[in-house]
Write a protein of this length. Structure first.
Length: 310
């Protein structure tokens, strides 16, 4: 999940990870524990920092929430639940407490939304879903003695991703644009490589209480070093969106991810406090421009995109 703080001071990104449960993670890598909880702080001015705490798989039950807070909901069950000790995530709330790198990070958050999206669902390849696309967060986050609290605390998204391995190439962005009377707009786009030289491309816009789905995406610019992405999206029915998302070049965060086959690591570039501009043209309506310097996250892996759309 990712939320930009309402006061504009920064953004937080949290990750609850279950990896290779059948083989106990990747025992040969210190970052290969089968259950992990990540917390990343993206300050407005300053370099982001990530803290990770790992847990043994035996600490995670498989039959729902246990008396000690541990548990994992069954496949396909609703409501979803994953918890280990003081770290847990459910359908509409999450908590966490980790100590790593000499720092103490804790959070107690609740979130609600009016829109959900499914970007990808490709069988054995995996899925990417966003049950809370225009999420409003309330609660508290603490970094050592510094506390962030509010109702609302911030805005952003909460999603689920699953697959048998990471893709060798992907670009993903989610943007939350604040609106009048608390009604925000969101844009989410995903591009990744598939077998046989195919490329998956899809974007979803939620605006004015209406959903627009785009499968015609053209990338006019993509730079994984500067972390910039420009898209032209057309739904074939009169809706067009031109999107530009840019990471803050000095503060792009580059994270090592462990490969699921335990053969090594690869780099993921992320800025959860990216800048975004969206130009929107809808049939029969005046053109609109939406901008944000607190509501966007942009993530990239790999070089330039190639291949034919699926």
């Amino acid at each position: 999940m990712r939320l930009g703080l309402s006061d504009g001071s920064g953004a937080w990104w949290f990750r609850y990870l279950l990896m290779n449960p059948g083989r106990g993670g990747c025992a040969g890598d210190p970052q290969g524990q089968p259950v992990q909880v990540w917390a990343t702080w993206f300050p407005r001015e300053g370099k982001p920092e990530t803290w990770i705490q790992g847990f043994k798989f035996e600490s995670l039950l498989s039959d729902g929430a246990g008396s000690n807070g541990a548990g994992l909901s069954k496949r396909g069950a609703s409501p979803f639940y994953l918890g280990i000790g003081e770290n847990r995530i459910g359908e509409n709330e999450c908590r966490g407490r980790i100590e790593a790198g000499g720092q103490r990070i804790s959070w107690d958050l609740r979130y609600q939304s009016s829109f959900r999206a499914e970007l990808s669902s490709k069988g054995w390849i995996g899925f990417s879903r966003t049950p809370h696309s225009d999420a409003g967060f309330s609660g508290e986050i603490a970094l050592n003695d510094r506390s962030f609290r509010g109702a609302p605390l911030g805005y952003g998204m909460q999603g689920h991703n699953c697959g048998y391995r990471h893709r060798h190439f992907w670009t993903w962005a989610h943007i939350y644009f604040s609106g009048a009377r608390g009604q925000g707009s969101t844009f989410e786009a995903l591009v990744y490589e598939m077998p046989l030289g195919l490329m998956f491309r899809k974007a979803v816009l939620w605006h004015g209480g209406e959903e627009f789905t785009f499968r015609r995406l053209r990338e006019s610019a993509r730079d994984s070093q500067k972390l910039t992405w420009k898209l032209e999206c057309n739904d074939g029915r009169g809706a067009r969106v031109d999107v530009s998302v840019s990471g803050r070049e000095r503060f792009v965060h580059r994270l090592p991810y462990v490969k699921t086959d335990c053969s090594g690591r690869f780099e993921v570039a992320n800025d959860s406090l990216a800048l975004a501009r969206l130009n929107l043209r809808l049939h029969g309506r005046a053109a609109e421009q939406l901008t944000t310097d607190t509501g966007a996250v942009l993530e990239m892996v790999g070089g330039q995109s190639k291949g034919v759309s699926e």
